[in-house]
Design a protein around this ligand. Sequence first.
Ligand SMILES: N[C@@H](CCC(=O)N[C@@H](CS)C(=O)NCC(=O)O)C(=O)O
Length: 237
Amino acid sequence: MPEQLTLYLYKASPYSQKAEMALLEANAPYKGYQVDLFNKPEWFAGKVNPIGKVPVVTYGGPDVDPEDPSPLSAKIAESNVILEFVADLYPDSGLLPKDPVLRANVRFFIDATTKHVQEPFFAFLRGLESYENVLKGIEFIQGLLDESREFAVGDHYTIADTCIIPHIARLKIVTENDIGKFPVGMGYKLGEELKGPKFAKFMKYVERMLERPSFKQTHDEGFVITAFKRVFAGRVQ
Ligand SMILES: N[C@@H](CCC(=O)N[C@@H](CS)C(=O)NCC(=O)O)C(=O)O
């Protein structure tokens, strides 16, 4: 029997979706527990993550009720750390390739996604940066993609693919619904730019990845829209 694994998550969180997608891609047995981030249970910071953020994986120890976590389990936070942890638990999943150069490429892609997609996207969403920075970041990532290959790195699905897609799915929602603290219409404008020939390679890659069962099974678009409207409702005019 594998050790117990519980994932504390929030469905609107791209970081949580990364962790859950990796578990599904590895065919890992796990228990998912949704933490209400607008009304966090008291035990969560005390017993799971002192900084109160999701995702967190508890691993090992007794198989307990997620609302009563055991001090005997390991607590693993930070989505990129969780991605590598799942890949380490399931080395035959191919989530991290065996070849050292490909492993380095996967880690570079993850680092690039954090710096060039995640950070400018959330700054745009908060009304702090222009959509041009989002496009610049996507251009950088597009430069890492190889048109002749299906995946971000090598010939197999890896945690590089897992890392980027939840952010892009939210970017799509923002551009289709114009949700964010940016000036009205900027979300739509960003969406139009992304439809142009300049980003065709990137968008084809995204379309393929959005078809992945691990994405579809973990994505609740309505839930994300409601949460994003709640968090990013105010606007800068
Ligand atoms: N760097 C962290 C970010 C995690 C994060 O920001 N989680 C948000 C949800 S998207 C959260 O739990 N926020 C609750 C809070 O800050 O109280 C990761 O990659 O896991």
